[in-house]
Design a protein around this ligand. Structure first.
Ligand code: PEP
Length: 252
């Protein structure tokens, strides 16, 4: 059975004290919950990962990274390798976030290399993709999403997909307060599951968790998460407050 996941993307927010405080609050509050089939993930910025790993140790809260470089090591000033993440005990990395694509020039081709590097390090990938508003308005959103997935992931064999989590994040809904309707999310998630089934098989498609991201908050999560093909959320703003984040986890 595929997992439900609530993953908080902290982006470039919270210094080390604030990060450990938020992580500790989440750890405490999650203790009282029966998580069942739900995974809880937080992704601090790189410099705060070690400290957050310490305060979440032994808890149900997993720590992931927001990005990594595709090379093993070398002269890449300012970058972080997959091996550096696993050496901290991390099991998961987010790749392809729209902010990485837009502000840091990450193309599908670069992302395909990052995917390979992450898998080579035994990391699970939360792979993000989604259309911009003009593409949705032009009715190109299905094509855009299909090509983003195809270009970065369809070179993988079926076995590799046990380490892939998909995150559909329509760019027009990220940090804007605008959310895809539960029906729009479900429509896209069902489409994604179908293209994965067509490329691989029904088993791969049914086992892959597909998260929705884009202005999910305690007021709209329940309805979005209740959709058949929505297996949780990648959360930005609402993940920066432990009460809000807990409310999202409880939405399942
Ligand atoms: C995100 O950046 O992945 C995201 C979904 O942000 P927000 O929830 O703030 O829209």
């Amino acid at each position: 059975m595929r997992k439900q996941i609530v993953a908080g993307n902290w982006k470039m927010n919270k210094n080390v004290q604030e990060s450990t405080e938020l992580a500790s609050e989440i750890v405490e509050k999650v203790k009282g919950l029966d998580l069942g089939n739900t995974r809880v993930i937080v992704t601090p910025t790189f410099v705060n990962i070690s400290e957050v790993v310490k305060v979440t140790k032994g808890s149900a809260v997993e720590v992931a990274a927001q990005n990594m470089h595709q090379a093993k090591s070398g002269a890449f000033t300012g970058e972080i390798s997959g091996e550096m993440l696993t050496s901290l005990g991390l099991k998961t990395v987010i790749l392809g976030h729209s902010e990485r694509r837009e502000y840091f020039g990450e193309t599908d081709a670069i992302l395909a290399q990052k995917v390979d590097a992450a898998l080579a390090n035994g990391l699970e990938i939360v792979f993000c993709f989604g259309e911009v508003l003009a593409e949705r308005k032009a009715d190109k959103h299905f094509d855009v999403v299909e090509s983003q997935i195809k270009n970065a992931l369809f070179h993988l064999d079926a076995a590799a997909w046990k380490n892939i989590v998909l995150a559909y994040e329509p760019v027009w809904a990220i940090g804007t307060g605008e959310t895809a309707s539960p029906e729009q999310a479900q429509e896209m998630h069902a489409f994604i599951r179908k293209i994965v089934a067509d490329k691989y098989n029904a088993e791969v498609a049914n086992n892959v968790s597909i998260l929705y991201g884009g202005s999910v908050n305690p007021g709209n999560a329940k309805e979005i998460f209740s959709k058949e093909d929505v297996d949780g959320g990648l959360i930005g703003g609402a993940a920066l407050n432990s009460d809000n984040f807990l409310a999202l986890i409880k939405s399942f």
